[in-house]
Design a protein around this ligand. Sequence first.
Ligand code: 7RM
Length: 667
Amino acid sequence: MSNGSNGSNGSDGIESRLKEDRRFSPPTPFTFRARLKTAAEYERLYKQSLEEAETFWREQTTDLVFQRPFDKFREWLLPHAKFFVGAKLNITESCLDRHLTTDARTRAAIVWEGEPGETRTLTYFELHREVVRFAARLADLGVKPGDRVAIYMGMLPETAVAMLACARLGATHSVVFGGFSAEALRDRINDCEAKVLITQDGAWRRGNVVPLKKMADDAVAQSPTIERVVVYRRMTHELAPVTMKEGRDIWWDDLLTHTPSEEALARAKKPEGFDAEHPLFILYTSGSTGKPKGVLHTTAGYLAGVHVTSKYVFDLKPSDLYWCTADVGWVTGHSYIVYGPLSNGASCLVYEGAPNFPDPGRFWQMIERHGVTILYTAPTAIRAFIRWGDDWPNKYDLSSLRLLGSVGEPINPEAWIWYQRVIGKERCPIVDTWWQTETGSIMLTTLPGTHATKPGSTGKPFFGVHIDVVKDAGKSCDANEGGKLIIREPWPAMARTLYRDDARFKSAYWEQMPGVYFTGDGARRDQDGYFWVVGRIDDVLNVAGHRIGTAEIESALVSHPAVAEAAAVGKPDELKGQALVVFVTLKSGQTADEKMKKALGEHIDREIGKFARPDQVRFADALPKTRSGKIMRRLLRDVAAGVTEARGDTSTLEDLSVLAKLRGDEE
Ligand code: 7RM
């Protein structure tokens, strides 16, 4: 069923059954201080969240700032839902202003470390001040509520400032991960018709400078809607030479020297309250067609979702230093670096660079140096650390850690145990959090103080989450029976639509199984109500925690002049979870050689970004197809994985010799 498994959930063999039964109770010293301490507390709140949803969410959001309270908690007209109907709010007041009258005022909001090692701290007072200053200037550049602003930056405090400044003005931000190419940036800007682009001269990555502004120039050359480009100076001119286009480009620092208009300053200082359903951001993510989906999130429900999950899943306290290692260009960065933690007044560590620069001890050195208490990272990173060896973490004092988290893909029990033993020293609970760009906030996890964890399981539904495993017919599966992971009722932080493509929002999520939200994942629920997510069962891959659509890769490949046809599939990979394998047929007269492989790899770098470069390019005379002409990816997956026997039904295969040839091509 799965193309996403990395061997974690094998259900055959007594050994793996026994392994799956391992469970770890929350360490007593953790539970002693935890916000929620017992399974009964979880049960009570979970029950309330489903049966008296309005009361639950009202009580859980009293610390958030609403300029006008809601009239009605939810309106559901499948597949569209509204939450906190009638409320007015400015999300940045919950993330910033509310902390100015509490102890959080002088607390670190962001502790930043650059890849070369320099550090900067912004208190809530300072972060608020910077957001107000920048928002006022953005307003004077003509940014109005509802306008789209693209942000193409690395991991800097200013990236959060830019996002929050947009939100303050009611502009919709679209953050594009700095690993995307100029072409990918251009497509994302053009799809949402962004008016302003905020970028930086260059970003550090593993000792190299990623020339973001240069790539932004290439993108904007073909983006007619961009009027202004704001450039933050991270480098020097020597490190990242930049050409500024007169009348279009302006340095962030120069912009701040402009005296803002009275009107702009007023808008920044005393922010407008927007409707609960006012768009907050668009984030592009891969689906099963070649075109990325512009997932749209709105204001009040999203804030409520990330606020409450951050509080309970990470058990955030004023004394914590919380570190989410995701890039702000992915949803994890939006929800669990920016909006969730800041709405809780948490102190967040933000790191600019690579985990193995200058050496593989970097993360552990940073944990020791800053006294990190909560670490939230991805299984692919954990597997890399394992490979680099225990000596690196063992060199550092990790005793400040009290809680560990995992996100992005299924974690194999071996990696889980290593994380718990070598990093957590068996003192820290692990929260394995399952969620998606579309869900906005965490949907499945064990809460750290209330339940035992089982390595490889994402635990139980979070409050308000009506989640189930079903067969095609929509019937719930029995305990331990595999099926499709679906969500039965809308939840506050769910995506409201796909930007300007509501038809696709309906067909991609709500029509595969009529009336319920289909996640695209396969899963089972065990006898204790714990969920085990296997991975994607659609045409989406998860390569090193990056979500990549096979169709996107294929359409990028066929845009190369030498390529006739292409098929992309995933292959189980110890380190990346899945590796990307592409099968390519070339046009006649083209030579299938190493040079061509390299050219195709570079073509993907340009079209999408280096992170999407295929691990393996395999040439074929023909691809296996059904009689109706559909590429049989199932067979190609087997070929890529080295399965030699044709499994399953090949009766619709047009020409069996095609398959035999592909197998012969094994490297
Ligand atoms: C947060 C994020 C979503 C897909 C999702 C799953 C996979 C994420 C877990 C997981 C097993 C987890 N958003 N996934 N978390 N699988 N266990 N804890 O990753 O939109 O980029 O990806 O990632 O397949 O559908 S995402």
